[in-house]
Every structure is written in C-alpha cells, then in structure tokens.
Design a protein around this ligand. Sequence first.
Ligand SMILES: Nc1ncnc2c1ncn2[C@@H]1O[C@H](COP(=O)(O)OP(=O)(O)O)[C@@H](O)[C@H]1O
Ligand SMILES: [Mg+2]
Length: 490
Amino acid sequence: MSTYGSVPPHPSALVESLGNLGYSLEAAVADLIDNSIAAGASLVEVCFEWNGGEPFAQILDDGCGMNEAELVEAMRLGGTGPLAVRRSDDLGRYGLGLKTASFSQCRRLTVGSRQRGDISVARWDLDAMATGGSWDLLEGTAPGSEDRISAIGSRGGTGTLILWEVLRTGTESSLARFTEGLERVERHLAMVFHRYIDGDQRRVVIRFNGQALKGWDPFVVANPATMPQRPARLRDASGHVEVRGYVLPHRDRFRNSDEHEAAGGPDGWVAQQGFYVYRAGRLIVAGGWLGLGGSREWLRDEASQLARIRVDILNTGDRAWRIDVRKATARPPAALRDSLTRIAVDVRRAAREVYAHRGMRVPSPGGGPAGGLWKSTASRRYPYAIKRDHPAVQAVIDAAEDPSMVDAMLLAIERSAPLSLAPNSVRAETEEVDEIVLAANVLLRNLLALGLDRTTAINRVAGSEPFNQVSGIAERLLLENARGTGEDGT
Ligand SMILES: Nc1ncnc2c1ncn2[C@@H]1O[C@H](COP(=O)(O)OP(=O)(O)O)[C@@H](O)[C@H]1O
Ligand SMILES: [Mg+2]
C-alpha cells in the first residue's frame, strides 16, 4: 500500500487540545480518584496549595502503585483503550483520564509511583513539548519540585502521587476564587464517591486538604421520612441495570433548614432532581431527566424536586449508555427508555404529592403565623388568603382550562372561610367587593355555559357565600352579564 508515510500529531498541539475537553476542576480531580480506587487504594489524600499565587495540587494514594514500565505506559496517551477488558471494579475507560484530566488543569504533570520499594517518577511538561516538539517523556520532577513528590517516599508500602504544577487558573485568579473552586471540588467529591466514602462500596477514605470527607447521599436514606420505591431490575445488552426511585422528605421533615439545604446538594433541590446514574458505584450523572418524558422532555420543575432515582450500571455499559471521556454525561440506551420513563412517571407523581400535600396545613392554632397553604393578609375582615403560588394551587391553576374559574373558587373559599371575622363586624372595602363580584361573574358564566337559564344561575350565585354578602349582587350580575353578552340589560 502506498502511503505518505507516518503523520504523527504535533505533540503540543494535540495535547493542548486534549486539555480542552471541558473538564471542570472537580471532574478532573474525580477522574484521578477513579484511578486510585481502581488501584485498590483505601486512602486518597487531595491537597491544593495556593503557594503565594503559584498554586499546585497533589493527589496521593496508597493503591498498588506502578513499576517503571507501568508508569511509562500510564503516561502514554490512550494507554489502555476502551476495547480492553477491565475488571468489574475498574473505573477507567479510555486510557486518557490521567492525562486529559491533568492537562485540562495544569501544564506540568508529574507522577511518582512506588512499588516494592522502588520509586519511579515521570513527567509531561507542555511548555517543554512546545519547544522540543517531541513525545519524549521526562524523567523525575521539575528542578526544585523534588519536595513536592517526597510524600511518596516517606511512606512505606505502595502508592502513587500525582502532582499538578503550573495550574491553569487564568490570569484573573485570586486566592478567593481559588478557595471557591476548592469548595466546589470538595462538594463534588463528597457526592461522586459517597458510596465509597460511607456507602455500600469498598470503603475509601478521601482526605481533602487534611479533612476526611463525609459522603453526600442524594437519597437521604438516613432520614426516616425518605420513601424508597420498589426496586426494579432491567436488562440491556451490557447486562443488568438496577433502578430504584426515592421520594425525598418534604422540607418540614428535616430537623432544620441547614439539613434541608445540605440534602438539596451542590446545585440545589430543583437542579438535583431526577436520575442518578452510577457506574460501578461511582456517580456519573447527578440529576436531570436524561431526555425522557415523551414528546415533551421533562424539565427540572419546582414541583418534582423531591424525586430522585438511582440507576446502577456496570462498567461494561459504557457504550450502551454513551459515557463520555470525562465520565460526566450518560444517555440511556433506547431499549431502556420506556421502562425508565414508566418508573420515573410513578416517582415523579409520588414526589409531587409529598411536595404539595405536606405543605397544606391549616393556620396554626393560637394565632401563630399561617403556614403552608394560607397566608395572612392586611385585611381585618378576611385575615387569611390562599397562596396562589402554593404548589398544590399552582398545579390546579396550570392544569385548568380556565384559570379564572380556579381563582373564583379560591376567592369563594377565602371569603366564606369560618376563620374570617363575623360578616357584619367590619365593612368590606370597595376593592374587596369588586373582587367578589368579579368572582361571582366567573361562576355565573360557567353556570350559564353549563346550560342553566339566567335567572336560576344568578339566583344560585347571588344566594351563596360569600356573594350574598354584597348587597345588590343579583342586580349587578344581571346588569353586567347582560352587557357582557350584548343583550339589553335595562
Ligand atoms: N493512582 C494510580 N495508581 C496505579 N495505577 C494508576 C494510577 N493512575 C493511573 N494508573 C495506571 O495508568 C493507566 C492509565 O490511566 P488513565 O489515563 O486514567 O486511563 P484509564 O483510567 O482509562 O485506564 C491506568 O489504567 C492504570 O494502569
Ligand atoms: Mg482513569
């Protein structure tokens, strides 16, 4: 076969572009921890140092480590590719993670590893690559950085240390932004690895700048008010998939608002509703409805915020689930979409019920503030009104063909509620009367539409509470309605 000869990529151009895959800092660190977990580590120490504006990061584990040949292979771009057979607990995939995650965050990657007493150190330096233009893997640390890798030697046993230097923090970086970024990383790791930190997977301690992380459980199973749904087991080409919905507790069922907010998660309650897809126990997708919902994709709406669904896939399911290089997104295989949709419909419905109904409390006895469905008003005559933005109310208004009908009904309830002051003790304000007449009109129109004759309909509306409190209501209705339909009202 005639060829143009080998056309290798320009190292620096390729590597620079691989560094732009869109890894966030937190996703990049998580990818390195995947490697540590795959290497059998039970302790991973993540350290970020500001270092007077020249920050660096270290990720040290006590996993199996690598010998020199393995280390060189690990530094190769696309080492163990997606076609290789992996152990079921291997969190790796493309043989790119270590490199792409690192280059997305730093320009100098040094890896030290220890196996049976021998320490090997290798490094990629994008700036050296750009000037040298070669794929020569450098040996040892950069001059002056020896101390930063020494932790690997000071400990006995095996392990690996990843060192990121010349971080891409941008020119406008400040200590405040750096710290903010670290808080995000911390929350993300507590979420992504929660089943390793204190869940059902092999136990791994993750220390973040010296502090052991506590796992963040999206399903809040520690709260007895969480309602786990029946688990389901689905099958796809890659094997079985376990699915279990959870309806999380209403906010009233948390001990305090801090606990409630923490349960919401790094991005908050509304954003974090939906599916949680785990690959070999490691969280890939944290919320969202995976494009399901039929002709109109489900959005993350206020009312469904208590619905979360756990999905467990195997690491053989990558292709079927279209797991991306960053392990940040997944799409369910077509064969499972219907089953997942059905499960989600049930969980969403149950979650909306909890969200709406638990909030519907009568005003607390003893004159305390009206909670839930009712709010207090400035009016002495009608001290309580129904909250139009209450989810239960909102849902009915949204679903109603004629929302003004719902409004009319609510007004009727408010104005005739037994908790309002005695009808004659305070005179209704003019605008309150107008409101009542408006509601009466809506009701009347509906009765007419139902086929009642006008006199009967007007009598029925005018005779019922609270409309009967407005003097001359029957006449007003007759007048206004006649005008509305173009008839002669005189
Ligand atoms: N912390 C570590 N401990 C031991 N081996 C590691 C570690 N990190 C990376 N490796 C080795 O380097 C290889 C390449 O890692 P990576 O680029 O992340 O790709 P992948 O995880 O997809 O295999 C891994 O398969 C593993 O053999
Ligand atoms: Mg990896």
